[in-house]
Ligand binder design. Structure first.
Ligand SMILES: Nc1nc2c(c(=O)[nH]1)N[C@H]1C(S)=C(S)[C@@H](COP(=O)(O)O)O[C@H]1N2
Ligand SMILES: [Mo]
Length: 365
């Protein structure tokens, strides 16, 4: 009897309650979220930004020889170097990125994957050139319906071997805000964030912002790569056709007040006025226009700071008159389209798009 290698025929992934599997712990050691106190920073310092890396970080010792190839349904296929890209008009955008799986571990039963609690979010000043400059130079053919972006990283998921790749419709890709990025907070990209070149698609969940970008394929048919059609689909249960994951859903987070216990992360605060600070964001460039703080279930409006960029999170604060005892704090944002964070997680088979309110227990003495 022949046996199939587990990479080619992996066990079907299941949902789980309770303890985390070794594989989930292993993934959460590779892929870190921001510590919530990092929400104090409007721009997440390099090294504190969250990470999601499906396969291995490509080793790029000679970025001088890195090229980006643009082919498929174009009039003029191109191969451009990094230095040529840096000579194109440059633009810096402040963009909040969030992983579509953020909050997955808060859905019960949870999907076995990267077990995010709530820290898979961060904001950076990304510098690069609008992608459209290169697309215009290459010239899309009339029959172009999708544009695929492929990274240098390769691996298996669901038994399928592939280069990490995602696609956009031409209208979305031609936006002046979709950038080919080589710098983050004024520094060259770190290896883990896509050095030397990545895509940034503002307002979308992070999976669209392909790292280690080296190929663009203009297609006359929808892209059928695994990361496009095999995952990042909202569905009730596996086997459903579902709807693709695209823009970020409205969300807010607070910096936990007081001081923590090392192991449990339980919080202790002192009685009296306690300033609670946090950040709130939504997708597609839609601003957040309300944040409420819940104190033991009663909602109070927080003060919103001005937003620094269309695609960046917005700071908020609220002064809590803390009284001795056990308290439950939460925060809830509403965006300009009227979307509000739900109190309970909405079910999704693989735990995508969970924007339920953050809840935090605080002991006051
Ligand atoms: N090539 C490549 N691009 C990728 C990924 C990846 O694994 N490979 N992960 C995606 C996902 S799911 C997210 S959430 C973001 C994370 O970007 P960051 O690690 O820079 O925060 O990158 C996206 N781009
Ligand atoms: Mo992600």
């Amino acid at each position: 009897m022949t046996s199939v290698h587990p990479i080619l025929s992996p066990p079907r992934r299941t949902h789980a309650d309770g303890e985390f599997a070794r594989e989930e712990v292993g993934l959460s050691n590779r892929n870190s979220g921001i510590p919530l106190e990092a929400l104090h920073h409007e721009v997440t310092p390099l090294g504190l930004h969250y990470l999601l890396i499906h396969f291995d970080i490509p080793y790029v010792p000679t970025p001088e020889t890195w090229t980006l190839r643009i082919g498929g349904r174009v009039r003029q296929p191109l191969e451009v170097s990094l230095s040529e890209i840096k000579l194109l008009p440059q633009k810096t955008l402040r963009v909040t990125l969030e992983c579509a799986g953020n909050g997955r571990a808060r859905i019960e039963p949870r999907w076995r994957s990267q077990p995010w609690e709530c820290g898979a979010v961060g904001t950076s000043d990304w510098t690069g050139t609008p992608l459209r400059h290169l697309l215009e130079r290459a010239g899309l053919e009339k029959d172009a319906v999708e544009i695929a972006f492929l990274g240098a990283d390769r691996g298996f998921d669901g038994g399928v071997e592939h280069d990490y790749g995602r696609s956009l419709k031409p209208e979305a890709a031609m936006s002046d805000d979709v950038l080919l990025v080589h710098a983050m907070n004024g520094q060259p990209l770190l290896p883990q964030h896509g050095f030397p070149l990545r895509l940034i698609v503002p307002g979308w969940y992070g999976m669209a912002s392909v790292k280690w970008l080296n190929r663009i394929e203009v297609l006359d048919r929808p892209f059928d790569g695994y990361q496009q059609v095999g995952t990042y689909i909202y569905k009730e249960k596996s086997g459903d056709s579902g709807t693709p994951v695209t823009h970020i859903r409205v969300k807010s987070l607070m910096v936990p007040p007081g001081i923590p216990d090392f192991y449990s992360r339980g919080r202790l605060a002192e009685a009296g006025p306690v300033e609670i600070r946090g950040r709130a964001w939504s997708g597609a460039g839609v601003p957040v226009n309300r944040v409420e703080v819940g104190i033991d279930g009663a909602w109070h409006d927080a003060h919103l700071e001005p937003q620094s960029s269309k695609y960046a999170w917005r700071a908020w604060r609220f002064t809590w008159d803390a009284t001795p005892g056990e308290h439950e704090l939460s925060c809830r944002a509403t965006d300009a389209d009227g979307n509000v964070q739900p109190l309970e997680p909405r079910w999704d088979n693989a735990g995508f798009g969970n924007n339920m309110v953050q809840q935090l227990a605080v002991t006051v003495r």
